[in-house]
Design a protein around this ligand. Structure first.
Ligand code: G
Ligand code: G
Ligand code: NA
Ligand code: MN
Length: 253
């Protein structure tokens, strides 16, 4: 596909953009971080979303440079916010390939050193299905990431068939319930049961729970009543350009 060749050049040509989507605590509405989301401003095809190029990048060996671009953009943004007196942890998505890269920890350490970031400034999200591609290798990689001190999230939880025994071994801080369940929870009883059970499971394991794809006030209230800790979704904000976040935040306050 022509897009692969384009992607190689796109990173150097400055066509990648960092977006971020805020997360807020259900108990009090307080902002507690953002997820870093990459967009590709393709000169001919317009703005491309990650689902149009992340798996392409994974299969063509371009995911490392792409993840490095996202990491430097996220660390840079975090640095800028610290200079402005804002404390906003930024969560970076890592792919299955990243988890298998023996140099990942060194790459992450380099970004921390370059930007003088503290462990609390940067978090990492790993999808449940990425972890399950190599459960033992992922476990070792997560331990090494956790040794750096950052919070780790299991993303898209409920879609990846991990066992309770495995989940219990993972050095993670929080579970993000996949948005497919959250979007359906008020209209589909099975989804509602999955959301409720995941919240209970997480709390039994001393993990926090984040609900993704919370679109409206009704969803917010329902999750709040179930004891979910954190929400992310259109009810708070759609993903916005990282540069626009500080203005968005002061308008909200
Ligand atoms: O941005 P959007 O909401 O369309 O994200 C779609 C999917 O792409 C999400 O599952 C998200 O985790 C993933 N994604 C977004 N940015 C990145 C990234 O920088 N790296 C990886 N590996 N996945 C990403
Ligand atoms: O990491 P993940 O693939 O889960 O990234 C979140 C994806 O979900 C992104 O594509 C983002 O644009 C999208 N998204 C974020 N909030 C909402 C929401 O409230 N509703 C829907 N439908 N999608 C959302
Ligand atoms: Na994610
Ligand atoms: Mn997700």
């Amino acid at each position: 596909l022509a897009l692969i060749g384009d992607l190689h050049r796109a990173i150097d040509a400055g066509q990648m953009r960092l977006y971020c989507q805020p997360k807020a605590r259900l108990a009090n509405g307080e902002l507690c971080g953002v997820e870093a989301l990459v967009r590709w401003e393709h000169p001919q095809r317009g703005t491309l979303w990650p689902n149009e190029f992340i798996s392409l990048a994974e299969h063509s060996g371009l995911i490392s440079p792409l993840t490095d671009w996202v990491m430097q953009a996220a660390f840079r943004q975090s640095y800028v916010w610290r200079q402005e007196g804002l404390s906003v942890p930024v969560a970076v998505n890592l792919s299955a390939r990243d988890l298998r890269d023996p140099k990942l920890i060194e790459r992450v350490r380099n970004h921390f050193a370059t930007w003088g970031a503290d462990a609390g400034d940067i978090q990492f999200e790993l999808t449940e299905s990425a972890l399950m591609q190599d459960p033992q290798g992922s476990l070792e990689c997560l331990h090494r990431l956790k040794d750096l001190g950052s919070a780790l999230f299991i993303d898209d939880f409920g879609t990846g068939y991990s066992s309770l025994a495995y989940l219990q071994k993972l050095p993670v801080d929080a579970i993000k319930i996949d948005k497919s369940f959250v979007q359906d929870m008020l209209s589909n009883n099975d989804s509602n049961v999955i959301v409720r059970s995941t919240i209970d499971l997480a709390h039994d394991l001393d993990l926090e729970v984040v609900a993704e794809g919370v679109e409206d006030r009704a969803g917010w209230e329902h999750l709040s009543a179930q004891g979910c800790d954190v929400a992310q979704g259109y009810v708070i904000s759609e993903p916005i350009r990282a540069e626009a976040f500080a203005a968005w935040r002061s308008e909200r306050a």
